[in-house]
Design a protein around this ligand. Structure first.
Ligand code: NAP
Length: 252
């Protein structure tokens, strides 16, 4: 993998690069990264999942980005579509995490209002030694029976609002010691994060594919009228895929 900006540098290992980057904790909440892959024409899914957009280079960056976070948060639509399991980093990721002062594995939090989550999803049904159950973050309006159904397989946390707000989600993870949280989406959840103005870092992979269709963009449903400005921190390339790390630009 080569680094085009700043650079050029002929050969970089994302696992050496991403986890070691500085991510200072903003006041009262963790640093928030968002990681997404899109096609050259902006699609985030092909036939309902992101799998066809990726390649081994993207998998290497995906692992390195995950190795940079204490907690991974994913919204229920993504968890259902992508059939999420618990994070089980490979040895190189675990080493990079420990070198950066993190625990060996990130924790997983799922955001759902309905709690309509299939117990056959790997994150509930595939439990192995060393795994820690997922945390399901829901709202005060969640039905008690729905909470009870998930409790044998996860820790269900009811947040104050009927539908949890980004600030409450980040406050809960802050309370649990998260310095860096990684959102893996999906687009409608990212839209709420963008509206709340809490995205500190966007890791965007751009695949050399034209998909067409009606797929959503990486941030969807935002009601903000003023775009959030970001700057490019680095740009990598491998297998015709671009890996752009944006960080929020100071306002004003
Ligand atoms: N290309 C990529 O990198 C990438 C990454 C992620 C996802 N994707 C794709 O994006 C699609 C899914 O994205 P999406 O935008 O449709 O859905 P999404 O944002 O993943 O999930 C939406 C769902 O999450 C829950 N949710 C969201 N915000 C919430 C809140 N504030 N409080 C409580 N629950 C909340 C709700 O679940 P309940 O209905 O359970 O209440 C809601 O229906 C899939 O096709 C997936 O493959 C692509």
């Amino acid at each position: 993998m080569r680094r085009l900006l700043p650079g050029p540098v002929a050969d970089v290992d994302p696992m050496e690069l991403y986890p070691a980057l500085a991510r200072p904790k903003p006041a009262g909440r963790p640093w928030l990264m968002v990681n997404m892959i899109a096609s050259a024409d902006g699609a985030v899914a092909v036939e309902g999942t992101s799998g066809a957009l990726g390649n081994p280079a993207d998998e290497a960056v995906f692992s390195a980005v995950r190795a940079s976070a204490d907690w991974i948060v994913a919204a229920a639509g993504t968890v259902r579509a992508e059939r999420y399991g618990l994070p089980r980093p490979a040895a190189a990721s675990r080493r990079a995490r420990l070198a950066a002062g993190r625990t060996e594995r990130p924790r997983l939090a799922v955001v759902s209002a309905s709690l309509d989550l299939d117990l056959g999803l790997p994150l509930f049904s595939d439990r192995r030694p060393g795994d820690t159950p997922p945390v399901v973050l829901t709202g005060s309006a969640a039905a008690t029976e729905a909470v009870k159904r998930l409790e044998p397989f996860s820790e269900v946390v009811r947040l104050r609002s009927p539908r949890p707000q980004p600030a409450e989600i980040l406050a809960e993870l802050d309370h649990r010691g998260a310095g860096v949280v990684l959102s893996e989406g999906g687009p409608s959840f990212n839209g709420q994060l963008a509206d709340a103005g809490v995205i500190d870092e966007l890791c965007l992979s751009v695949a050399a594919l034209l998909v067409g269709g009606a797929s959503s963009r990486i941030v969807h449903g935002s009601v903000r009228s003023v775009p959030s400005r970001m700057r490019i921190d680095h740009l990598l390339e491998a297998s015709d895929t671009l890996f752009i790390r944006y960080v929020a630009a100071p306002t004003g």
